[in-house]
Design a protein. Structure first.
Ligand code: TPP
Ligand code: MG
Lengths: 558, 165
């Protein structure tokens, strides 16, 4: 029997095991939404803005490891998806974004709501397809899911002309996908792995530097084995938090601009850095000429173009982290590095993350510590800014996919919709959204679907009444000229939450923090928003000023 | 700053809509340069070949190589400059021939460059010249002393010598 292109699309998505589609309807996508109308296997989640749809698909993917799916109409629908696509691209998140396109015969005529989506998204996606013929839909969907989820994952765009959605064809789903031009290299070269093992054996001051790639490759277990066997101290980046338990004695907390002094000093003194699924991002390395100057470098990454891009590497290993670590683990043993481990312990004890409790102020770091006390098992979805850094510093992550944040693009507004995706993907988990007052209001409208679906999200706003991270830079580097960062004119978020149909609470005193968090725990029939009114001008420390070396970290407290 | 080198990449791609834009976008988006670019179908159905001349230091060339490989529609990337190779380019020149004496002179020069006359009009000639970069540069300079009316060139194509692949 022949089916419409839209129905073929939906059936293809079912074959890929899609559970949720996050979307906003519109003219050029109406046949697809229509095909989803009485669909039972796939649930359509109507978001309130396409940016929310793409972040929700992204959050679902980050939390579950499966491919997230977003759907929008042509033109403005598609351009609204763009921020979420770029966010996913920067963090290598598997996503398929489907957009309706104007009728084939209108393409290129500046038709109503026409936009060259393929052109607009070219630099921010792993691959893209324009479908003008419904016969192509099934094959393209199969390829798109394969490409999005294998190798270095990333978003794939499928732009479907409206006539291709309406025309009919036979549905035949390909059993396998074989793309001759796409064969990711998953196995590391054996001789390189042997070289790496030899360097590890010789090193006196080795350190592991693990990134988001370890989580993406589901290689956490292998990483823990490597650490167990070698007893080498480890730092995990902002993107990888949870890949190794931060509560473990070998864990140094995250490195970089707002990372721990211990990890940053370790880089500066190490004689071997073993990077795994981490990309020597400038927010981690600081001034490259001063980065790990005494260390040989081993770099394991699925993406050859990432290796040697910022930092020269002695032993490059292109391959999937899980495969490479499995092989490497066979060749390594215990290391004889007690003095180095002692040094690390000393730094750890001497320079923990710390803050000053100011009188009569709710300290943002204290709120995070309390969130950790009450929700240590939760999935934490953070937004972008100071609160994100405090969350990364003061919450102790122990499991992969427990910490979701937009590390690469740094997209404000990411967290609330991403938390919705994460909650749907992991219904048995508690999902805590740590948000900023500036970030929250960028996608606040997504509270609507959260309320409608009665999602028990915990939305905790670290409200400093400022675009705090920017204000911090203005304070430190621009003589306190607070240009366009004062957010005192924001609405009362507790009242606003109530207007949305959620529970809204406001906390202004330190003593009320823990009781409010406890109370939130008991509310499970919908989202709870707690507006924590915190110290307005608290800064994030330690801080490696932009352009400085990691050794020049400002510790903050005198 | 490391020394810059000129490299010729042969890129086999799926002959699909948008491939060239992806390749070009990779260069423009990262501030890499394209000196010359040639695209044509190969003898294998559905596969096109892009010959791309670029320059940069060793690190940039390596990045270009990896980024080309990363494109989904790219089947194979070869850095031809890494091996011994031959390269050629085709040039079409329309030169001004105001009188018979100049015309005769131009035809003599054409002989030197083994140029073929492919169109002739009373006041102009169209010449076809193939060669490597040095030869074409010399030809253009010489013919320009007579007045080049129009010029078109293909961009380089290249190939490894012998049995290298
Ligand atoms: C979409 C977007 N616009 C601007 C920025 C620049 N930016 C980075 S952090 C920040 C402040 C975030 O403010 P808030 O959410 O209140 O968090 P805080 O730093 O106060 O904790 C801004 C404006 C950004 N990252 N993303
Ligand atoms: Mg703020």
């Amino acid at each position: 029997m022949e089916l419409s292109g839209a129905q073929i699309l939906v059936d293809s998505l079912k074959r890929e095991g899609v559970e949720y589609i996050f979307g906003v309807n519109g003219g050029a996508a109406m046949p697809i939404f229509d095909a989803l109308y009485d669909e039972t296997e796939i649930k359509l989640i109507p978001m309130r803005h396409e940016q929310g749809a793409s972040h929700a698909a992204d959050g679902y993917a980050r939390a579950t490891g499966k491919v997230g799916v977003a759907l929008a109409t042509s033109g403005p629908g598609a351009t609204n998806l763009v921020t979420g696509i770029a966010t996913a691209y920067m963090d290598s998140i598997p996503m398929v974004a489907i957009t309706g396109q104007v009728f084939t015969h209108y393409i290129g005529s500046d038709a109503f709501q026409e936009c060259d989506v393929i052109g607009v998204t070219r630099p921010i996606c792993k691959h893209s397809y324009l479908i003008k013929d419904c016969e192509e839909i099934a094959d393209v969907v199969a390829e798109a899911f394969h490409i999005a989820s294998t190798g270095k994952p990333g978003p794939v765009i499928i732009d479907i002309a409206k006539d291709a959605q309406i025309h009919k064809a036979l549905f035949q789903y390909p059993e396998t996908v074989d793309i001759r031009s796409y064969k990711p290299q998953v196995h590391g070269a054996p001789e390189q792995i042997t070289k790496a093992a030899a360097l590890i054996k010789e090193a006196k001051r080795p350190m592991l530097y693990a990134g988001g790639g370890v989580v993406l490759a589901n290689a956490t277990e292998e990483l823990r084995q490597l650490t167990n066997k070698t007893q080498i101290p480890i730092t995990v980046t902002l993107m990888g938090l949870g890949a190794y338990p931060e509560t473990h004695p070998l864990a140094m907390e995250m490195p970089g601009m707002h990372g721990s002094c211990c990890a940053n000093y370790a880089f500066t003194d190490a004689d071997l850095v073993i990077a795994i699924g981490a990309r020597f991002d400038d927010r981690v390395t600081g001034d490259l000429s001063k980065f790990a100057p005494n260390a040989k470098k081993i770099h394991i990454d699925i993406d050859a173009s990432c290796i040697g891009k910022n930092v020269p590497v002695d032993v490059p290993i292109v391959g999937d982290a899980k495969n490479v670590l499995t092989e490497l683990n066979k060749q390594v043993g215990t290391t004889d590095i007690d003095p180095w481990r002692n040094q690390i312990q000393e730094w750890k004890q001497k320079y923990p993350f710390e803050y000053e409790q100011k009188a009569d102020k709710v300290m943002p770091q204290y709120v995070i510590e309390q969130i950790y006390e009450h929700y240590s098992d939760a999935i934490v979805v953070a937004d972008v800014g100071q609160h994100q850094m405090w969350a990364a510093q003061y919450f102790k992550f122990t499991e992969p996919r427990q910490w979701l944040n937009s590390g690469g693009l740094g997209t404000m507004g990411f967290s609330l919709p991403a938390a919705i995706g994460a909650q749907l993907g992991c219904p048995e988990k508690t999902v805590v959204n740590i948000n900023g007052d500036g970030s929250y209001i960028m996608t606040i409208q997504e509270l609507v679907p959260a309320v409608t679906m009665k999602l028990p999200l915990k939305v905790f706003i670290i409200n400093n009444m400022y675009l705090g991270m920017v204000r911090q830079w203005q304070e430190l580097f621009l003589g306190k000229r607070y240009s366009a960062v004062d957010y005192h004119d924001n609405p009362d978020f507790a009242l606003l939450a109530q207007a949305f149909g959620a529970t809204g609470l406001r906390v202004e005193h330190t003593d009320d923090v823990a009781p409010a968090l406890l109370k939130a725990k008991g509310i499970t029939d919908g989202p709870v928003v707690i507006d924590f009114i915190v110290d307005e001008e608290e800064n994030v420390f330690p801080m490696v000023p932009a352009g400085a070396g990691l050794g020049d970290v400002i510790r903050g407290l005198s | 700053m490391n020394p810059e080198e000129r490299h010729i990449f042969s890129v086999l791609v799926e002959n699909r809509f948008g491939v060239l834009a992806r390749v070009a976008g990779l260069f423009s988006g990262r501030g890499f340069n394209i000196d010359s670019l040639n695209v044509a179908e190969t003898h294998e159905k559905g596969i096109s070949q892009i010959t791309l001349v670029t320059h940069g230091d060793a690190q940039i060339i390596e990045q270009i190589y990896h980024h080309l490989n990363r494109l989904i529609d790219v089947i194979e990337v070869t850095d031809l400059t890494a091996g011994t190779h031959v390269e050629r380019e085709l040039l079409l020149l329309k030169v001004d021939t105001p009188d018979s004496q100049t015309r005769a002179e131009i035809l003599q020069v054409a002989e030197v460059f083994r140029a073929r006359v492919i169109d002739t009009k009373p006041a102009s000639l169209v010449l076809e010249i193939t060669g490597d970069e040095g030869k074409l540069k010399a030809a253009i300079e010489l013919f320009d002393t007579y007045g080049i009316l129009e010029l078109a060139r293909t961009g380089k194509i290249a190939m490894l010598r012998g049995s290298e692949k």
